[in-house]
Design a protein around this ligand. Structure first.
Ligand SMILES: [Zn+2]
Length: 240
């Protein structure tokens, strides 16, 4: 697992879907929205696609990624989006990154980096291992990340949308700023094959709690409690 700059891991499908995503972001201006767009795909093709609805709904939470994830769950009739890829014209923010982890999306592919607000570049939600180690019943393992795909095309949409706003965004370092726009960011998730199950989690909790307390694994009576609340807060199940 690691972060490397590479050019060789983007598929033909990634390029086609990102082209479409950027076209969608261009269309967002027609509706008075900033050029954000997202697409969810599985192995059969597009499951859902969306642009922001922030302006139209007067609702700051209506990001394209969240709308696309919700729609994908509805279309597939399941909350788990394992095996799916999320394409986004801009790196997902932290608000969108938590549901990405909860839906267990396998890959996230975006065009423009978000060094100030990104759920990968800044706030580390997309790559955090502790969430899925401690709460595997809620959070999937970090997805594979590819950033900077067709970034110049995506940035052109923003520039053409409003050159002054784009200049301010760039001046402030909010979006963009890839070290080399011809190379993509590739971050490989852990790709662990395990899926959580309650029996496995219970076994881990019993074993770890017993080790922390230096006691055998048999259930204890409450009056034999010897540890402090602080010791309980420090509990962490072991990863595989
Ligand atoms: Zn967002």
């Amino acid at each position: 697992m690691g972060r490397v700059m590479t050019q060789g891991t983007i598929t033909e499908t990634d390029l086609i879907m990102m082209e479409r995503c950027i076209e969608l972001s261009k269309a967002a201006r027609t509706y008075g929205e900033f050029p954000f767009a997202a697409i969810v795909c599985d192995e059969q093709g597009i499951v859902s696609e969306a642009i922001n609805r922030v302006a139209r709904d007067t609702d700051v939470t209506r990001h394209a990624e969240l709308i696309a994830l919700s729609e994908a769950q509805r279309v597939l009739h399941r909350p788990d989006l394992t095996g799916c890829t999320l394409y986004s014209s801009v790196e997902p923010c932290p608000m969108c990154s938590f549901p990405i982890r909860e839906t267990r999306i396998s890959r996230v592919v975006f065009a423009i980096r978000s060094p100030l607000m990104g759920g990968f570049s800044k706030f580390k939600v997309l790559q955090d291992m502790e969430m899925s180690n401690v709460m595997p019943e809620f959070f999937g393992d970090p997805p594979n990340i590819i950033g900077g795909v067709l970034v110049q095309k995506a940035e052109n949409v923003w520039r053409n949308c409003n050159p002054i706003i784009w200049a301010v965004i760039r001046y402030r370092g909010c979006f963009g700023g890839d070290p080399d726009p011809n190379l993509c960011l590739h971050w490989q998730g852990p790709n662990r094959s395990h899926r959580f199950n309650w029996h496995q989690i219970a076994q881990r909790m019993i074993a770890t709690a017993s080790r922390l307390r230096g006691q055998p694994t048999e259930p204890r009576r409450l009056e034999n409690q010897t540890t402090s609340p602080a010791a309980d807060r420090e509990f962490r199940p072991e990863p595989d």
